[in-house]
Ligand binder design. Structure first.
Ligand code: DAH
Length: 339
């Protein structure tokens, strides 16, 4: 009987297959409830006691070999399937390319550019690191002018002052220095102020500056442009102009848009009034024209400046300005379908 068992061990160890059915048949043949091992162990009871030790060991060995074999063959089939899935069907269509999404600040900036392009405005840009002349002095904000305090400046160097621009109005000056009227340009860009960061304010944000200079430009032209802009941008044209002060414009105004109070975020952003200030504007101060060598007797113009974040918050109902700069993909992915 020992010879028979030894032969079976050999059979088990050399057995090979890649078919699930054959593995199952093998398992039943050796390990099933009416299988060979069962039979052999029954026979074993009647074997002479002197043979029992060796034969018992051999039988145990056979049982382990068969059990291991079944497991080994099944694992081999699974591994094979996994690698087949990787290289599987080479004719299948490839994975679609994942499209990224534009940042909401870019989306709004692009829309603003679109709206003003339609009425003949070009796009201009200037440096983020500015000198005192372009950020302040040329804009009718001489040294020690109290209005400089309105803009908490990050200085880079002193004497002469080099700073991070606090507004895109600096680009106005550069544009006037390099172009003759008539001028129609908007200047989108990043600006910097040393402000405490909160849900409504940040030390880095974005503005779009607008400048229009020609003969006979009046405040009525400015107002008409603002109406056109708010209608195109928001589909709303209920606005109000509040008299205000900016050193570079005279007269100056702040523009509020009536947004309404439909959502909780509308409440938050408009502080419960439904009105939201969206920009500052006014007629370019004659001193500013003079500083850029434009004759204020011959030319007049208007200018305006608006914050992009604030508009984006309104349009996309974003409750906290900090979300723009955290680069959380869960936030950014929401703008996938917006062009
Ligand atoms: N520069 C102003 C600011 O940052 C915004 C502004 C107001 C720009 C009035 C203008 C303007 O051109 O006419 O707050």
């Amino acid at each position: 009987m020992l010879d028979k068992v030894t032969k079976l061990i050999d059979d088990v160890q050399t057995f090979k297959t890649t078919s699930k059915e054959e593995i199952e048949a093998f398992r039943i043949k050796y390990l099933g409830s009416k299988g060979m091992l069962k039979e052999l162990f029954t026979e074993f009871k009647n074997v002479d006691a002197s043979l029992k030790k060796d034969l018992g060991q051999a039988l145990n060995y056979l049982r382990n070999a068969a059990t291991n074999k079944v497991q080994e063959l099944n694992e081999a089939i699974e591994d094979n399937q996994v690698s087949k899935n990787i290289y599987g069907d080479l004719t299948r269509p490839s994975e679609p390319i994942e499209l990224g999404s534009r940042h909401p600040i870019s989306l709004v900036r692009n829309r603003i550019i679109d709206v003003f392009s339609k009425i003949g405005f070009t796009v201009s840009e200037g440096p983020e690191i500015e000198d005192d002349w372009h950020n302040f002095t040329a804009l009718n904000l001489p040294e020690y002018h109290p209005a400089r305090d309105m803009q908490d400046t990050f200085f880079i160097e002193q004497d002469p002052d080099i700073l991070l621009r606090t507004h895109t109005s600096s680009v106005q000056v550069r544009y006037m220095e390099n172009n003759e009227p008539p001028i129609r340009t908007i200047s989108p860009g990043r600006v910097f102020r040393n402000e405490d960061i909160s849900a409504r304010a940040h030390c880095i944000f974005h503005q779009v500056e607008g400048l229009y200079i020609d003969t006979d430009v009046s405040f009525a032209d400015l107002k008409q442009t603002l109406l056109y802009f708010t209608k195109e941008m928001f589909g709303k044209s209920k606005i109000r102009l509040r008299p205000s002060y900016f050193p570079f414009t005279e007269p100056s105004a702040e523009v509020d848009i009536y947004w309404g109070l439909e959502t909780e975020i509308d409440y938050k952003i408009t502080k419960g009034t439904g009105w939201l200030e969206i920009m500052g504007c006014g007629m370019v101060d004659p001193n500013v024209l003079k500083n850029a060598d434009i004759d204020p007797e011959k030319y007049t113009g208007y200018a305006f400046g608006m914050g992009i974040e604030r508009i984006a918050m309104l349009l996309y109902q974003i409750p906290d300005i900090r979300m723009f700069y955290e680069n959380d993909v869960r936030f950014l992915e929401q703008f996938k379908s917006v062009l």
